[in-house]
Design a protein around this ligand. Structure first.
Ligand SMILES: N=c1c2ncn([C@@H]3O[C@H](COP(=O)(O)OP(=O)(O)OP(=O)(O)O)[C@@H](O)[C@H]3O)c2ncn1[C@@H]1O[C@H](COP(=O)(O)O)[C@@H](O)[C@H]1O
Length: 108
């Protein structure tokens, strides 16, 4: 089964819910705890995705990946980084192999 719902839609939803009250929004609740907490939650979801990838069902991998992407978008929101910046970074890399992109990387 596929869906028309995109990551860009979810990023917009996260931004919208950041303006809600923490009583009704998990997103706002996370943001109120600060970037450290949001980043930690993202890390936990990343680890859960890794564990699912090596030892669990396809459905579990997809579900954990969805959690991880949501928490990544919350981290971007906490940092005030628009999702369009991530899209721009990805777009810049299309048409170039991952090896070329890696070779051209400048460390901050
Ligand atoms: N996509 C998600 C999404 N994915 C995962 N999660 C939540 O992320 C949490 C991660 O799982 P955990 O087991 O770590 O949860 P937990 O132990 O309850 O979390 P903590 O109490 O430790 O924070 C769960 O509570 C999930 O419900 C999400 N919460 C929200 N969204 C999206 O964000 C939108 C806005 O949500 P609200 O801000 O709550 O309105 C929703 O409509 C969804 O589209």
């Amino acid at each position: 089964m596929s869906s028309d719902f995109t990551l860009r839609d979810l990023a917009a939803r996260v931004k919208e819910r950041a303006a809600a009250s923490a009583d009704v929004s998990y997103t706002r609740k996370l943001l109120d705890k600060g970037i450290g907490h949001c980043a930690k939650k993202m890390g936990e979801e990343a680890v859960e995705t890794v564990i699912a990838a090596v030892s669990e069902s396809d459905e579990r991998v997809a579900s954990e990946a969805a959690d991880m992407l949501y928490h990544l978008l919350v981290v971007l929101e906490a940092r005030g980084i628009p999702f369009s910046e991530v899209e721009t970074a990805l777009a810049r890399r299309t048409g170039m192999s991952g090896l070329e992109e890696k070779a051209g990387r400048v460390r901050a």
